[in-house]
Design a protein around this ligand. Structure first.
Ligand SMILES: Cc1cc2nc3c(=O)[nH]c(=O)nc-3n(C[C@H](O)[C@H](O)[C@H](O)COP(=O)(O)O)c2cc1C
Ligand code: SF4
Ligand code: SF4
Length: 259
């Protein structure tokens, strides 16, 4: 079987990337294909189209936002063409719930001409409340991921894989109201530009990283990677969500696999 294993991910705070790469490497090793990766995190990369062929396998990993596929991925996913390729999907969520995100992703890829042969929901640190899902994915998650990849590879290698049925409801969970919330910056900022380079929306000013234009998706990359802890959100909505997560979502959840 020829074809390419294409790993595709969107990952502002790098957890979905980690999971995509483990899956991509395990599937490549098991299926003996060549490998390519495409990172959809930054604006220019999201503009490119991707055409697959019937012998290709796509690994697609994304963070769950509000129980859905992040809205920013709608346009880039509409530029994918499956042409009969097989897909393996990983929805990565912060130990609360993935709600309808896996079903939405499976529907999107099916509409784009892929057969979704395997899918899973995996847990990572919650980017809004890092004590929730802290340390995930951990060694046990990696073991589950590699085992999942082996089982998915066996299904794909057997030929004509049947599409999976995943958990979720239609119509999908409603997205929260769009709000113009942006991070603030303390005087500790040294203008190192790490947040400017890591912002998936390109909204942090190169001239003054304390200035953030409209269009922030609240991904928390700037908060997580600032070496001075200078970026923060102080809106009441964020405080409420963090409180809810820290009081109700600390119990460990386990990956759910659909094959
Ligand atoms: C705006 C936003 C919404 C989120 N919504 C959810 C959610 O509905 N359920 C959940 O369990 N985690 C949620 N999370 C947590 C992320 O899914 C989780 O932290 C994920 O690992 C982030 O992926 P990344 O590291 O690849 O950016 C949300 C995070 C953000 C920033
Ligand atoms: S990462 Fe932090 S210190 Fe660096 S420019 Fe951004 S806010 Fe300033
Ligand atoms: S400014 Fe908004 S979109 Fe940009 S990195 Fe920070 S939280 Fe993410």
């Amino acid at each position: 079987m020829n074809g390419t294993l294409r790993t595709l991910f969107f990952s502002p705070t790098h957890s979905s990337r980690k999971i995509a790469l483990v899956l991509g490497e395990s599937l490549t090793a098991a299926l003996g294909k060549s490998q390519e990766s495409r990172d959809l995190t930054f604006p220019l990369d999201r503009e490119k189209s991707l055409d697959c062929g019937p012998d290709d396998v796509l690994v697609f990993a994304f963070p769950v936002y509000g129980g859905r596929v992040p809205q920013v991925l709608e346009a880039p996913l509409s530029r994918l063409r499956g042409n009969g390729a097989t897909a393996v999907i990983a929805a990565v969520y912060g130990n609360r719930d993935y709600d309808d995100a896996l079903l939405e992703a499976a529907d999107l890829l099916t509409r784009r001409g892929f057969t979704v042969a395997a899918a899973g929901a995996f847990i990572a640190e919650h980017s809004v409340a890092p004590t929730v899902g802290a340390g995930r994915p951990d060694a046990e998650d990696t073991r589950v991921l590699t085992d999942f990849a082996k089982r998915a590879a066996a299904k794909i290698a057997a030929g004509n894989p049947a599409p999976v049925s995943v958990k979720g409801k239609r119509p999908y969970k409603e997205r929260g109201p769009a709000a113009d919330v942006r991070p603030k910056t303390t005087d500790a900022c040294t203008q190192c530009m790490i947040c400017v380079a890591g912002c998936p929306m390109g909204v942090i000013s190169k001239d003054d990283p304390a200035v953030v234009a409209a269009g922030c998706i609240r991904c928390r990359a700037c908060v997580k990677f600032c070496p001075e802890d200078a970026k923060f959100f102080d809106d009441p909505g964020t405080a409420k969500i963090r409180e809810m997560l820290e009081s109700k979502c600390l119990a460990r959840r386990e990956p759910e696999l659909f094959l």
